[in-house]
Write a protein that binds this ligand. Sequence first.
Ligand code: S3P
Length: 178
Amino acid sequence: MLIIFVGLPGSGKSTIGRQMGRRLGLPFLDSDAVIEQRLGCSIRELFEREGEERFRDIEQSVLDDLSHHHHGVLSTGGGSVLREVNRKHLRERGKVVYLRSTPEEVFRRLKHDVNRPLLQVPDPLGRLRSLFNDRDPLYLETAHLVIETGRPSVAALINTVIAKLELVGFDSPRTVRT
Ligand code: S3P
């Protein structure tokens, strides 16, 4: 069983995924962290040294591997849905949850971030708006479930995710059925 989080950078995929894993007693992995471990360098360094396409190739092979072999909760990088093959693998192999945040919302969270190469530009909000326009249809196409993140607490969001996953046929390990 695999629950996969997709969404814009800063939408809370890793925070929510990690805490949800804890809540459900399931192992959690973050595909970006796995990429960094396997390469022994940061994604930022990889972008600088080898460019975005090289990163996307590595991301594709890591997503293929993790969506096959990992059981539990997986958070993915914001660009995981860009390649059709990734969208297909994620959707076929897990229950995909799109954490849908507005560009303004993620800008508030990320404006001081220096680790996301795509946002190191003069107009990061404009960049986030264009990422949202390009990717929102792809996240929607990949997801089994869409959660508008808005302002609720992490705990409230996790409750919503679990409740809605159950509606689409996910058996929560901590749910006692009578
Ligand atoms: C990217 C998002 C990042 C990381 C890389 C590219 C993107 O992950 O994979 O910098 O294309 O949106 P987060 O969504 O965790 O920031």
